[in-house]
Ligand binder design. Structure first.
Ligand SMILES: C[S@@+](CC[C@H](N)C(=O)[O-])C[C@H]1O[C@@H](n2cnc3c(N)ncnc32)[C@H](O)[C@@H]1O
Length: 302
């Protein structure tokens, strides 16, 4: 879907797309494959790490292979260690940041498998590592086979309400912001965020959609989304497009009209809605049934 949207909004090799809520990096990967440069921002250090792994590990394929033995020999299935201390010793020896990120991610996925699914940590780590390495190898092979000229990626921690970007510097935006209060990204990733050394109550204040309690929460969400939409408008070049994938969620028994809110506010600040596509979603039936793909064009300066 993201690849189709990159094409629909007319982005070409060498252009720059922004995703101010990059999440696990889908926009980054698809842009990279098409030779489009991508700037990805997310408030979650875990998401930034995920997105970096997906787009940067191919640069260090050989070093990842070289470190495999050193890291895996530290695993002692009999000395089960939830904190991954023995693996940490090996990971800390790695100097290259991309290689280090790769092994840290494999460790975090294993912790998640252990905490959420009750899988044994060492086995989960070894299995995930194999899958991740073969995925990097596949990516490198396909790039060679198809002779792809990859786009550059720049993925960093940041806040969509205050983007670290110049005015009118971006050729297109494709993003899916938090769906109102449908998912609590902080609780969802609590174990990994703690492992990365973050204080959950501090970090909660930065996350859109999880701030405040009761009726205050949707109001804070709307305020935060207004700022984010204004920032998207500021950094986008005139006449260019922003695609926002978003849905209405149910909160405290009531439907929160996030889609209508987004359309109204975006049009108020100078975007024009050029397309609104309904898309059924699967798996979140309790909070939402469909999402909308909203395509806006930046029509005028504010
Ligand atoms: C719906 S998800 C994005 C999913 C993404 N499209 C993907 O493919 O994985 C929304 C993201 O917004 C991030 N987020 C929440 N508040 C933010 C903020 N103030 N600035 C930037 N990102 C934020 C969350 O961490 C989460 O990754």
């Amino acid at each position: 879907m993201i690849r189709a949207l990159l094409n629909i909004i007319g982005l070409e090799q060498g252009d720059t797309v922004l995703d101010p809520f990059i999440g696990s990096g889908t926009t980054g990967v698809e842009a990279q494959l098409l030779g489009i440069n991508c700037i990805g921002i997310d408030v979650s250090p875990l998401c930034v790490l995920q997105s970096k792994i997906k787009t940067e590990s191919i640069d260090v394929q050989l070093q990842i292979e070289e470190w495999k033995e050193e890291v895996t020999k530290r695993i002692r299935p009999s000395l089960y260690n939830l904190e991954g201390k023995t693996i940490d010793d090996a990971i800390n020896l790695i100097h290259d940041e991309k290689v280090k990120n790769f092994y840290n991610m494999a460790k975090l996925v294993a912790i998640s498998d252990n905490v959420r699914r009750g899988r044994e940590f060492s086995n989960a780590f070894l299995k995930n590592l194999e899958l991740m390495i073969s995925s990097v190898n596949d990516y490198v092979e396909i790039v060679k086979k198809l002779n792809l000229k990859l786009g550059k990626t720049d993925i960093k921690t940041g806040d969509s309400r205050a983007l670290p970007l110049n005015n009118e510097s971006i050729d297109g935006i494709i993003t899916s912001p938090p769906y109102s209060i449908a998912l609590d990204y902080v609780s969802n990733d609590a174990h990994a965020l703690k492992e990365l050394g973050y204080d959950l109550s501090d970090i909660r204040e930065e996350f859109i959609g999880v701030r405040g309690k009761g009726q205050a929460r949707p109001n804070l969400y709307n305020d935060d989304m207004k700022k984010s939409l204004e920032e998207m408008f500021r950094v986008l070049k005139p006449e260019k497009y922003v695609v926002i994938v978003i849905g209405n969620a149910t909160y405290m028994g009531q439907e929160v009209k996030t889609v209508e809110f987004t359309i109204n506010y975006a049009e108020k600040i100078g975007f024009k809605l050029v397309k609104n596509i309904d898309k059924i979603i699967f798996g979140l039936y309790n909070v939402m049934q469909k999402e909308n793909i909203l395509i806006f064009q930046k029509m005028r300066r504010r």
